[in-house]
Design a protein around this ligand. Structure first.
Ligand SMILES: N[C@@H](CCC(=O)N[C@@H](CS)C(=O)NCC(=O)O)C(=O)O
Length: 210
């Protein structure tokens, strides 16, 4: 039975459609219009208590019974475990994937998200302060990623990407919106082109989420 993906067309939502396509798992999209406040619907809150997308319902969980998962990082780990793909099984291989996944969840998402927020504010000192603070931090994070990718095809694995690449890609997809030019981060630009050329990734970005 198909996994239900409750989502919207945002970076955090795209991470999961990319992963599902890459893993070849059957899924159906249930849109949650966060502009209209549908994330506060009690039926959605019952399995996504933080009123955020994405969340999934897998009718065939680990014990054959339904399971729900919220938080995109937890969903990616769940799907990788379920499919046996994009997360090494050995602990030494798994650790860098989890490091870079947590790096994305804790910074490379929340920080550019603040840039998106302050860009929508009216001109004035609050907007300027927010853009200066979060723009600087966003660029610092791109610098960290650029350094990591030097001499590597993928952020935490060799040979094929991992769920960490899918998580980071969801946000790098919005680089223009948070005012980042890949000319300043050439390794990120090279990795981005490699990732975007993958058929599964392309499908994950093409599927309608709104
Ligand atoms: N840490 C969460 C963040 C999810 C998140 O921020 N989702 C946004 C859209 S990208 C949302 O649903 N916002 C609705 C709201 O804030 O009410 C995750 O990675 O799943």
């Amino acid at each position: 039975m198909a996994i239900e993906l409750h989502t919207w067309n945002t970076p955090n939502g795209r991470k999961i459609s990319i992963a599902l396509e890459e893993m070849g798992l059957a899924y159906t999209v249930k849109t949650v219009d966060i502009g209209k406040g549908e994330q506060f619907d009690p039926a959605f809150l019952a399995f996504s208590p933080n009123n955020r997308i994405p969340a999934i319902i897998d009718p065939e969980g680990p014990d054959g019974k339904p399971i729900t998962v919220f938080e995109s990082g937890a969903i990616l780990i769940y799907l990788a475990e379920k499919s046996g793909r994009f997360l090494p099984k050995d602990l030494r291989g798994k650790v860098p994937v989890l490091e870079w996944l947590m790096w994305q969840m804790g910074g490379f998402g929340p920080m550019p998200g603040q840039v998106h927020h302050f860009l929508m504010q009216p001109e004035g000192p609050a907007r300027a302060y927010g853009l200066e603070r979060y723009g600087k931090e966003t660029r610092r994070l791109y610098g960290v990623l650029d350094k990591r990718l030097k001499g590597r095809d993928f952020v935490a694995t060799e040979g094929e990407p991992s769920i960490a690449d899918f998580a980071i890609l969801g946000w790098a997809w919005r680089h223009e919106r948070h005012l980042v030019d890949f000319a300043d981060f050439p390794e990120v630009g090279r990795w981005y082109a490699t990732m975007m050329a993958r058929p599964g990734v392309r499908k994950g970005f093409e599927v309608a989420l709104s």
